[in-house]
Design a binder for this molecule. Sequence first.
Ligand code: SAH
Length: 351
Amino acid sequence: MDKKTGTAAELIGRLAAGERLSLDEYRVIIEGQNEKTRAVAASLADKVRTEIYGRDIYLRGLIEIGNYCRNDCFYCGIRKSNKKCDRYKLTKAEIMDCCREGYSLGYRTFVLQGGEGIFSVDEICELVSSVHSAYPDCAITLSLGEYPREDYARMFEAGADRYLLRHETADREHYEKLHPPSMSFDNRMRCLRDLKEIGFQVGCGFMVGSPFQTSLTLAKDLKFVADFRPDMCGIGPFIPAAGTPFENEPPGTAEQTVYLLSLLRLTQPNLLLPSTTALGTVDPDGREMGILAGANVVMPNLSPVAVRNKYSLYDNKICTGEESAQCAVCLERRMNSIGYRIVSSRGDIIK
Ligand code: SAH
């Protein structure tokens, strides 16, 4: 190790002071993860987050609109070739019902997520404009995968405000080990650039502990965020899904995930950072740990209870049995118990 790069704790301090770090420095921080560096990173991250967002936690209502998918990502439980996946597609009326329920519970952002190619672009645009005219004070986020630029532009015109498309990994070779040859790193990156240029608030992100991930690929993920400057970054531990090529791979850890949440917060202080369901799945206190480490968003499930266990990106997902109202109350209680409060607002990024 190059001496002048310093120890992980020193580097975390430099990151918190607003310095840009090199790839190698990020790698040193990642390799230096232990109880002490996690605590240092979390307390600095909590401080910068509180300076910008206070103790407010933003809510996003997640509506899983369908689990058919044309893609075959090796890690994903709803991949095309998973014969164990019981497929569904919500109707427009069902989706509007989810929004109505969500609105009455205080949600002001709806995230429409699903497998790819279930709905035509016309259907997506019609859906977006219906939600937009019914709830003009709400933000609409789409998380529906890769499309040509013109299609993204139409979705934006129809009233979508934000788009989540995790980059999955910023290392090309790693990307190729997680996806079949029909998918490409270049197209993923092209999508993210197009979305930003069109004017969406854009979210990227990656799994923690995915197969073949190394400290170098993670360093590239952090550097990518530093350079791309997204509005959001979604990260959660990889969790093996039955019926996929990675079904016997070990899951990512809550500890590494919260460490990375803190490092993301320090890399870009105003980032919208969700404490994800996957984090709550690997550890019962995962979502609280994520907030305490610098996250400021939670995404409770607003999908109809009847389909929740079918949208299994990974095994043993939590919150598949309760109705939306129960999820909202439960999360509110969890956030209050650690000194944060859930606010009912669109929760746009503060620039
Ligand atoms: N099809 C859309 C959205 C659905 S997948 C898209 O491609 O964006 C949403 C996210 O879930 C993925 O980006 C991936 O990072 C995550 N995911 C998929 N399988 C997972 C698994 N086994 N463990 C943890 N996260 C997973």
